[in-house]
Design a protein around this ligand. Structure first.
Ligand code: G
Ligand code: G
Ligand code: MN
Ligand code: NA
Length: 254
């Protein structure tokens, strides 16, 4: 309860901010987009992890306002990046299941796009695989309506749940994100790459884009590339950055 209060007042006081982690074309080693990630640092300097405060934002309902603010911030940033010449850059935004189930989610999405002028075809929403497994009928309907706005959908943490392949085929998603845990395993044992390999194959067979997250070293990147993984994100390439740092980084990357 105390943290809920701190989060509410912290959000109002501007203690929350958004950082952006570049996403790379693995072969060309060029940035193609970024994921928006929420951060909270209180005025006394304490940093609180999203793993701790997002669940609180969810059960208190604060995630509705916070999530809308993150989406709008990311849309604004995309527009600025486009104005600065990064015209093929995509922006991924995490969406909580509480937001997704909210009756005004679609209206909120449409007005965020309209009011910021962000082009929907360069916006991607990340939903988790566990979300994808609950209430399949609602999800299928929602995804179809989101598709209609022009925004694309990625399944985050893919491989950690157990969605069936036939179900996955019925979902209008565009991208699978290989969970960091499976990227870490790649170099740990002989069969460590099996799951990453399976997701990459699945993406290829279903015509979906695939991105590996949590890529921390060159060996992982090389193996993923040899397995045909087109995209990657992780500390090897760049950490999540505030916007000023993102611009500098993009200018250095060319
Ligand atoms: O960036 P970091 O690894 O600390 O994120 C921890 C978790 O918080 C991840 O699961 C990430 O998806 C989630 N997260 C980060 N930003 C947001 C956000 O804006 N909305 C939601 N719903 N989750 C987020
Ligand atoms: O669940 P989600 O994919 O949204 O979470 C992304 C989180 O992973 C972010 O909080 C980000 O800070 C973190 N992250 C990004 N790249 C790496 C990495 O290479 N290694 C580790 N350990 N964490 C990472
Ligand atoms: Mn994510
Ligand atoms: Na993830």
């Amino acid at each position: 309860v105390r943290m809920m209060h701190a989060l509410r007042t912290g959000f109002a006081k501007g203690e929350l901010f958004v950082v952006y982690q570049p996403q790379m074309d693995l072969t060309a080693r060029r940035p193609v987009g970024a994921e928006a990630l929420l951060r909270w640092q209180t005025v006394d300097g304490t940093y609180i992890s999203p793993d701790r405060f997002i669940p609180i934002a969810e059960y208190s309902g604060l995630i509705i306002d916070i999530g809308e603010w993150v989406l709008r911030s990311a849309c604004h940033e995309l527009v600025r990046l486009r104005d600065a010449g990064h015209r093929q850059f995509t922006m991924s935004v995490n969406v909580s299941q509480v937001q997704f189930r909210h009756p005004y989610f679609l209206d909120m999405l449409r007005s965020a796009l309209e009011e910021t002028g962000a082009p929907p075809e360069f916006i991607e929403l990340e939903i988790t695989e566990s979300m994808a497994m609950e209430e399949p009928d609602l999800l299928i309907k929602m995804l179809a309506q989101i598709k209609h706005t022009g925004v694309s959908i990625a399944i985050d943490d893919f491989g950690t749940g157990f969605s069936s392949l036939s179900y996955l085929q019925r979902l209008q998603v565009d991208r699978l994100k290989i969970d960091r845990a499976f990227v870490t395993e790649i170099t740990h044992s002989a069969r460590g790459s099996s799951i990453a390999e399976m997701v990459i194959q699945l993406g290829r067979n279903l015509g979906l884009s695939v991105i590996a997250e949590g890529v921390e070293d060159e060996r992982q990147a090389a193996i993923l590339q040899s397995l045909g993984c087109p995209l990657a994100q992780g500390f090897l390439f760049a950490r999540p950055m505030a916007t000023a740092a993102l611009y500098d980084w993009l200018n250095d990357e060319g």
